[in-house]
Design a protein. Structure first.
Length: 134
């Protein structure tokens, strides 16, 4: 559903606000998974997190495609994601071993915020380049 919604966004829209909204959705999912979980909270957290990520993925891929005329970054994205999926649990495992997901949730949330920061910087630089070219 998230990727489908991203595909329906008007092309004239800037990607910054949808990426920020998707990132906030993912972070809301992370936060929902903190503390004592009952099944409905777990379900809500996972749905928010996965919807947000699947919404973000095509938008971020589009940004990479726009920035790289040769398409090498987009081709490498699958490998980069696989490395992250393997490396991420290894980094977080010592934090979860103590019986709490709080540290992992904070790390994931901070990583999302840093990612939004990179998107903002890229958007500002791209807008400057376009205004200089015109």
């Amino acid at each position: 559903a998230g990727a489908g919604l991203a595909g329906m966004l008007p092309q004239r829209w800037n990607r910054l606000m949808p990426i920020a909204a998707g990132s906030l959705c993912v972070i809301a999912g992370f936060v929902t998974l903190s503390g004592h979980l009952v099944s409905i909270m777990y379900l809500a957290g996972v749905v928010l997190m996965m919807f947000g990520w699947n919404f973000l993925q095509p938008l971020l891929s589009g940004m990479c495609s726009d920035a790289d005329e040769n398409g090498r970054v987009v081709c490498a994205m699958g490998s980069i994601q696989s490395i992250g999926m393997g490396f991420g649990p290894a980094v977080v495992a010592p934090l979860i071993a103590k019986g709490s997901f709080t540290g992992a949730i904070w790390i994931a949330s901070i990583a999302m915020i840093i990612g939004i920061g990179f998107v903002v910087i890229e958007t500002i630089l791209r807008n400057r380049q376009q205004s200089i070219a015109n």
